[in-house]
Design a protein around this ligand. Structure first.
Ligand code: C5P
Length: 232
């Protein structure tokens, strides 16, 4: 299983995205494209970025009835991304439908991971609004187990949850962890953060890094520091 630094391309449009990517010249990157960019530019942005030789994590967090998720994944499978995701709250049946949709005969399926509980949801809100009367930790672990049972490859989680997830779901179950900051950085709106070095020590497989790279004075240097600290 590869280790990797995934850059979150949280840009509003194609122009901003390519201005950023041009700084990297010929480096092959792993890029996360989320709803903002995908909804503003459509699937073409994925094709164009792939054409430049980059890998893509398409972060659209599908959550709907199983039939719709299966069909949506079938459409997305034509984009040949490297990684994509669904919400585990959509049930085991829905996650299985996601796998069916994404699988093409005789082709390697993209990595499919599950979002457990969004880090923006506090325990209080989860209990009062979603009426889930358990701790966030319990929910994250249970949802990770469901993802594993459905046949998914891993989950998005906090670096601080990696060890517990691996213990429950096995060493090969992939953990993709946002919430990464260099020591000297602002936290921004992230609460539970770790450095790339710490994420490596905790055993994360991929780190997702947005602003510490995209807003850095020198994004290429910031990216290279992440790679050095997390992989080398
Ligand atoms: O800029 P920053 O490094 O905080 O970006 C982190 C990225 O990871 C963003 O694209 C954010 O949407 C995403 N993410 C997250 N927490 C999650 C799931 C995704 O921060 N639980």
């Amino acid at each position: 299983m590869g280790k990797g630094v995934i850059i979150a391309c949280d840009f509003k449009d194609k122009e901003e995205t390519f201005n950023f990517l041009d700084k990297f010249r010929n480096q092959q990157l792993f890029l996360k494209i989320g709803m903002e960019l995908f909804y503003s530019e459509g699937p073409e942005i994925v094709r164009e970025i792939k054409k430049r030789g980059h890998k893509i994590f398409l972060d659209l967090k599908l959550h709907d009835i199983p039939n719709t998720v299966e069909k949506a994944m079938k459409s997305l499978s034509n984009l040949n991304v490297d990684m994509t995701n669904v919400h585990s709250a959509g049930t085991i049946e829905m996650m299985k439908a996601g796998i069916r949709g994404l699988t093409k005969e005789n082709e390697e399926r993209p990595i499919l991971i599950a979002v457990t509980q969004l880090t923006s949801t506090s325990e209080e809100r989860m209990q009062n609004e979603l009426l889930i009367e358990r701790s966030i930790e319990d929910v994250v672990m249970k949802y990770a187990e469901h993802a594993k049972e459905a046949g998914l490859d891993g989950v998005v989680c906090s670096p601080l949850e990696v060890q517990a997830v691996k213990k429950k779901c096995g060493e090969n179950f992939i953990t993709v962890t946002p919430g990464i900051r260099f020591k000297e950085d602002d936290k921004g709106d992230q609460v539970r953060i770790t450095t790339p070095k710490k994420a490596k020590e905790l055993g994360a497989d991929y780190i997702v890094v947005g602003r510490p790279i995209t807003k850095a004075e020198n994004p290429v240097e910031a990216y290279e520091k992440c790679v050095e600290d997390f992989i080398e």
